[in-house]
Design a protein around this ligand. Structure first.
Ligand code: NAD
Length: 300
């Protein structure tokens, strides 16, 4: 079987000083990609002061192993930071092919006690950061007619989680962002997908039972990211859960539901509630066009 190589490709991996991002950067570089290792430094809440140290260590590891990488310490959450991250790829390697939006922080709090600042700061890094870095890369990807974007969501976003209103809103937002990038990137050879990982990192070490730590290594997430970032993979607009050796597609489905032409009352809705919610028959629209077309057909 042929190896998936990245020779001649340039990748930006955000938040690559620790955890999952670090593993993605090492793997892509090990397979021949030139990598921008971005990391602001700081603790898992985004505090503790910025430091280029962790990113530099990853670059040192890559270079020692014979790979090519540069460090970048900018903040994904500001337009200037995002521009500088992409510019680092252009300056060092002349182009950009792959964007792995991975940087993240946590500010968990029960919804009742969550402050607007805690909400905004998490949205800023995960959702706005992914928007800004993708935006900074977009014209380069479009102009060259090629690109791979991998965004990082979370099961907490897809399914909801106690104490993570900010984080889950950002992570589900990334699904909408990714699917729109997939739609807009289609005619320019740009593929965008989103992963919802689970892995033992500093972000999760106090929530994942220690018994599973060995089986939930970051090395069980990176193979999917690597394949999604490869030119041979034409998949786009999809969502994957990944971790512990399991990879699965998650999809947004619509039940066949209930259609009533003409007047519709709240009592009608009540009386058809079972049909509305019945999940035995459903469709998985690829885009909004397919979803609305199904409605228009039902109305004809
Ligand atoms: P981590 O804390 O080890 O890594 C996150 C990295 O992002 C850190 O190195 C941090 O310095 C960097 N970072 C934070 N804010 C930044 C900013 N503004 N600009 C640049 N870099 C910044 O955590 P991890 O578990 O490796 O998480 C990586 C991604 O995976 C995150 O988006 C996280 O939400 C997501 N995720 C992880 C898990 C898991 O089980 N570990 C589960 C679901 C989602």
């Amino acid at each position: 079987m042929s190896e998936l190589r990245f020779d001649g490709r340039v990748a930006v991996v955000t938040g690559a000083g620790h955890g999952l991002g670090r593993q993605h950067a090492l793997e892509l570089a090990g397979r021949g990609a030139k990598v921008v290792v971005n990391d602001l430094g700081g603790d898992r809440h985004g505090g503790g002061g910025a430091s280029g140290g962790p990113a530099q260590q990853v670059v040192d590891e890559i270079v020692k192993a014979g790979g090519e990488a540069v460090t970048n310490p900018d903040n994904v959450a500001t337009p200037e930071g995002a521009e500088a991250i992409v510019q680092a790829a252009i300056d060092a390697f002349g182009k950009i092919d792959i964007v792995i939006n991975n940087a993240g922080i946590l500010r968990d709090r029960s919804f009742r006690n969550m402050s607007p600042e805690e909400f905004d700061s998490v949205i800023a890094v995960h959702l706005r950061g992914s928007f800004l870095v993708s935006r900074a890369a977009w014209s380069h990807l479009r102009d060259q007619g090629y690109g791979r974007v991998v965004n990082t969501s979370s099961p907490a976003g897809l399914f909801g989680n106690f104490g993570q209103a900010n984080y889950s809103a950002a992570k589900m937002g990334l699904v909408g962002l990714t699917r729109t990038l997939a739609a807009e990137g289609a005619k320019y050879g740009i593929k965008a997908n989103v992963i919802a990982p689970i892995a033992w990192t500093r972000m999760t070490e106090d929530v994942i039972p220690a018994d599973f730590a060995d089986q939930l290594g970051v090395d069980k997430v990176t193979p999917l990211v690597t394949y999604l970032a490869h030119e041979s993979n034409e998949t786009t607009g999809e969502i994957y859960t990944v971790g512990g050796g399991k990879i699965a597609r998650v999809f947004v489905a619509e039940t066949d539901g209930w259609v009533q032409k003409g007047e519709q009352t709240a009592e009608d809705v009540r009386d058809h509630w079972e049909q509305v919610n019945d999940g035995t028959s459903y469709t998985v629209p690829k885009n909004i066009g397919e979803q609305t077309m199904a409605l228009f057909q039902a109305l004809q």
